[in-house]
Design a protein around this ligand. Structure first.
Ligand code: PEP
Ligand code: MG
Length: 736
C-alpha cells in the first residue's frame, strides 16, 4: 500500500510476491498465510522496495505519516481526480484536506472485522440496511474486491453486540443528516469503531425513491426533495433496458451481482485502453476485468457495461459504475479469466475480444451474444419528483427536435414546445436530397424555384407533423443554416446521377462542387447568408411553415398554432430586416390567400458576438431571441466546435480550462454576451421572449445560469428535458 500510494511504484510487484507465496503454500487467501510466511514476505517486500526505490523502506513512523499525508494532497492533482471533477462539476480551487486519526484494526483475529454499509439500498432506495462485512480484514480488502465479503446481516450472528450498536448509530446518522448514509466501520476485538460516514452515492431510481420516502417520513420538504436529486443522474433512468421478448428467449450463461442497473450489450474488450479505442471508432463494448481500479475510469466511461470477476456491491467497479450510470455486473467468480491472452471461459465456452456479450446490471445475469435493448420506461417516483420540480420552476423547458418521433418523445418527457427545429435535417432523405441538389445546381432563379417547389410539400408535411406532435405548444422553426457544400454528393455514382438529372456533364458538376469549397465553412456561406443570396429558399420555407400551420389550426381550432420562424446566424440588423421582409411578404400572402387569421413571429438566433453587441438594434426587428450557444461559444472563443476536442485535453492538463466550454456554458465570457444582449434587447422590445437552444440548454449549471439571467426558456435534446426541468426547479429553489 505504501509503495503503491505513497511511492507510486504500483502494487503489482508486491501482489506477485504474495501470489507466489500463496502458490508455494497451497493456499488461496492471504489470511491463510502464517506468521513465518508474513515475516518472510515482509523481508521480500523490503528488498523489492529497495530495488524499485533505491532506498530502504522508512521505519520512522513520522516519515511514513508525512509521506501518506503528502500522497493525499498529491491525489487532488492526479489525472483521475481531474476527470472526476470535470464530470461532477467540482472546481479545482477547492483543494482537499487530510484527517489523521489513530487506526482501529480489523485484522487482529477472528473477533475483528471490517465493513461498509448503506442505511438504504443504494440500487433501489429500499429502506433496509445493506452492506458487506469481512472478518479478520482491513477496509481495503472489502473495497478492492480481493475477497468476496459476506452480507451485513451475517454480522449479527458473529458480533451481536457490535451489530446492535451499529444499527443504532445508523439511525442516529440518518436522522442527523436526513439522507441515506454510506458508512465504513471496523470491529476490533468486538468493539465497534465508526471510520467515516457520508451521504451515499445511489442510482437514479434510488435517488428518487429515497427523496420521496424522506418526504413521506416527514424528514424533508418537497422542495428539499427536489434539491436532493442530481439532475445528471436522471440520465440513467432514461437508459436502455433489454427488450422483454428478446430477454425471455435468452438463457443466462452466468450470474454476478447486479451492481449498477440498466442493460448493456457490446463487444468484449479486456482493457480500459481498448474500451476507449474501440469506442472511439464507434463500437459498443463491454469491459470485462478481474476487477477495476481508478486507472480504468476513462475506459469504463467508454463502455456500455462493465463485468468483473471479483468484487462485491461496494467494490470499485460497482461504486464507480453506479455513479456514472453505467450498467455493471460485478463479482462473477465463475469466469476463468486469462487477461493476458484476452480471453475467458464461462459456462464451458471460451470468449474472445470482439465477441458479443450482454449483461443485466439489475439482475446480474450474463448472456452470450447480443440482446436487443429498448428505451427505459419512466414510472413511480419520477413523476412525483418531476411534478414538484414543475411547481417550483420559472424557466420553461422546450426541446430541440427535428422529427415528429423526437418531438413526441420530448413531449412525453415534459417538453413544453420546440425551441429549435433544424430544418436542414429534413433535406437528407432520398427524394428531397435530389431536389435540393437540383436547387444547388440551378443556374437561374426560376430553375431554383422549380427545384424548391418539389421540396415544399415534403417540408410542409414535416412541419404539419411537428405541429400535431406538439398539440398547440410553441414550435420554433429555424431556416436553413449549414453551408451548401454539405448537401452535394461526394461519391462518383451520385455525381453522375446528379449530372444526368441536370443534363450537365460530370465535369460541370465537379466544377460546381469545387466552387462551393470554403476554407472555413463554419464562418462561410451559411445561416441567413444563404437567404440573402437565395431568398427563394426562405420563401419556400415560409410557405411550408405557414401552410402547415393553417392546416393544423383548421383541424384543431382549440389549439393556438402560432409559428415562430427563426433566422440563424444574424450579425447585423439589416441582414435580419432583409430576410424578415421576404418572410413577412410571403407569409402574409399565404394567409390572405387562405382567407384565415394566423399570427406568427419572426425572431433570430443570437449566435454571433456582434449580434449580442448590437442586440438593441436587432431587437427592433425580432419578436424573439434564441441564444445559439454552440456557435456563440465557437465564435467568442475562436475555437472551432468541430476541432476543439483535439486540443482541449491539453487545456485541462494545464488547468487553463476545467471544463469543455461547448458542454458547460462559459458564464464569464459567453455568459456576459448573453446578459448584455438581454439588457440591450428587452428595453427596446418589452415583448421580446428569449431562450437558449445550444447544447448548454440541457446542462444543469448552464440551466441555472439561464434562470439567473432571466431567460424565458431553455431548449435541449429530448432525453435531457427532465434534467433541464429539474435543474430549472433547483435554480428557482436555491434563489428562494
Ligand atoms: C447553436 O449554434 O447553438 C445552435 C443551436 O445551432 P447549430 O448547433 O445548429 O449551429
Ligand atoms: Mg448555430
Amino acid at each position: 500500500m505504501y509503495s503503491d500510494v505513497v511511492m507510486e511504484v504500483g502494487k503489482k510487484y508486491f501482489e506477485e510476491l504474495i501470489d507466489k507465496m500463496k502458490a508455494e503454500k497451497g493456499v488461496t487467501q492471504d489470511v491463510e498465510l502464517d506468521a513465518d510466511d508474513l515475516k518472510e514476505l515482509a523481508t521480500q517486500f523490503k528488498a523489492e522496495y529497495k530495488a524499485k526505490i533505491g532506498a530502504d523502506f522508512p521505519d520512522d513512523p513520522k516519515e511514513q505519516l508525512m509521506g501518506a499525508v503528502m500522497a493525499v494532497f498529491r491525489s487532488w492533482d492526479n489525472p483521475r481526480a481531474n476527470v472526476y471533477r470535470r464530470d461532477n462539476d467540482i472546481p479545482y480551487s477547492w483543494g482537499t484536506a487530510v484527517n489523521v486519526q489513530s487506526m482501529a484494526f480489523g485484522n487482529m483475529g477472528d473477533d475483528c472485522g471490517t465493513g461498509v454499509a448503506f442505511t438504504r439500498d443504494p440500487a433501489t432506495g429500499e429502506k433496509k440496511l445493506m452492506g458487506e462485512f469481512l472478518t479478520n480484514a482491513q477496509g481495503e480488502d472489502v473495497v478492492a474486491g480481493v475477497r468476496t465479503p459476506m452480507p451485513i446481516a451475517q454480522m449479527a450472528e458473529k458480533f451481536p453486540e457490535a451489530f446492535a450498536q451499529f444499527k443504532d448509530v445508523c439511525a442516529t446518522l440518518e436522522n442527523h443528516y436526513r439522507d441515506m448514509q454510506d458508512m465504513e466501520f471496523t470491529v476490533e476485538h468486538g468493539k465497534l469503531y465508526m471510520l467515516q460516514t457520508r451521504n451515499g452515492k445511489r442510482t437514479a431510481q434510488a435517488a428518487l425513491k429515497i427523496a420521496c420516502d424522506l418526504v413521506d417520513e416527514g424528514m424533508r420538504t418537497e422542495k428539499e426533495a427536489v434539491a436532493m436529486i442530481d439532475p445528471r443522474n436522471l440520465d440513467t433512468l432514461l437508459h436502455p433496458q433489454f427488450d422483454t421478448a428478446a430477454l425471455k428467449a435468452a438463457t443466462p450463461i452466468g450470474k454476478g451481482l447486479g451492481a449498477s442497473p440498466g442493460a448493456a450489450c457490446g463487444k468484449i474488450v479486456f482493457t480500459a485502453e481498448d474500451a476507449e479505442a474501440w469506442n472511439a471508432r464507434g463500437e459498443k463494448v463491454v469491459l470485462v476485468r478481474l476487477e477495476t481500479s481508478p486507472e480504468d475510469i476513462t475506459g469504463m466511461k467508454a463502455s456500455q457495461g462493465i463485468l468483473t470477476v471479483r468484487g462485491g456491491m461496494t467494490s470499485h467497479a460497482a461504486v464507480v459504475a453506479r455513479g456514472m450510470g453505467t450498467c455493471c455486473v460485478s463479482g462473477c467468480g465463475d469466469i476463468a479469466m486469462d487477461e493476458e491472452n484476452k480471453k475467458f471461459t464461462l459456462a464451458g465456452k471460451e470468449f474472445h475480444e470482439g465477441d458479443w456479450l450482454s449483461i443485466d446490471g439489475s439482475t446480474g445475469n450474463i448472456y452470450d451474444g447480443a440482446i436487443a435493448t429498448k428505451d427505459a420506461e419512466i414510472a413511480g417516483e419520477f413523476g412525483r419528483i418531476m411534478a414538484w420540480a414543475d411547481e417550483n420552476r420559472r424557466l420553461k423547458v422546450r426541446t430541440n427536435a427535428d422529427t415528429p418521433a423526437d418531438a413526441k418523445k420530448a413531449r412525453e418527457l415534459g417538453a413544453e414546445g420546440i425551441g429549435l427545429c433544424r430544418t436542414e435535417h429534413m433535406f437528407f432523405e432520398e427524394d428531397r436530397i435530389a431536389a435540393f441538389r437540383e436547387m444547388i445546381c440551378a443556374d437561374t432563379v426560376e430553375e431554383r424555384e422549380a427545384a424548391l417547389d418539389k421540396i415544399l410539400p415534403y417540408q410542409q408535411g414535416d412541419f404539419k407533423a411537428l405541429y400535431e406532435a406538439l398539440e398547440g405548444c410553441p414550435v420554433t422553426i429555424r431556416f436553413l443554416d449549414p453551408p451548401l457544400h454539405e448537401f452535394v454528393p461526394t461519391e462518383e455514382d451520385d455525381i453522375k446521377k446528379l449530372a444526368d438529372a441536370q443534363g450537365k456533364s460530370v465535369e460541370d458538376i465537379k466544377a460546381l462542387i469545387a466552387s462551393l469549397h470554403e476554407f472555413n465553412p463554419m464562418m462561410g456561406h451559411r445561416g441567413c447568408r444563404l437567404a440573402v443570396t437565395y431568398p427563394e429558399i426562405a420563401k419556400m420555407q415560409t410557405k411550408a411553415v405557414i401552410r402547415a400551420a393553417i392546416e393544423v389550426q383548421a383541424a384543431h381550432p382549440d389549439w393556438n398554432v402560432k409559428p415562430e420562424i427563426m433566422i440563424p446566424l444574424v450579425c447585423e440588423i439589416k441582414e435580419l430586416k432583409f430576410v424578415k421582409k421576404v418572410v413577412v411578404e410571403t407569409a402574409d400572402a399565404e394567409i390572405a390567400a387562405a382567407g384565415v387569421k394566423l399570427e406568427y413571429e419572426v425572431g433570430t438566433m443570437i449566435e454571433i458576438p456582434r449580434a449580442a453587441l448590437t442586440a438593441d438594434e436587432i431587437a427592433t426587428e425580432a419578436d424573439f431571441f434564441c441564444f445559439g450557444t454552440n456557435d456563440l461559444t465557437q465564435m467568442t472563443f475562436g475555437f472551432s466546435r468541430d476541432d476543439a476536442g483535439k486540443f482541449l485535453n491539453a487545456y485541462y492538463d494545464t488547468k487553463i480550462f476545467e471544463n469543455d466550454p461547448f458542454a458547460k456554458l462559459d458564464q464569464t465570457g459567453v455568459g456576459k454576451l448573453m446578459e448584455m444582449a438581454i439588457k440591450l434587447g428587452k428595453p427596446v422590445n418589452p415583448n421580446l421572449h428569449i431562450g437558449i437552444c445550444g447544447e448548454h440548454g440541457g446542462d444543469p449549471s448552464s440551466v441555472e445560469f439561464c434562470h439567473k439571467i432571466g431567460l424565458d426558456y431553455v431548449s435541449c435534446s429530448p432525453f435531457r428535458v427532465p434534467i433541464a426541468r429539474l435543474a430549472a426547479a433547483q435554480a428557482a429553489i436555491a434563489e428562494g
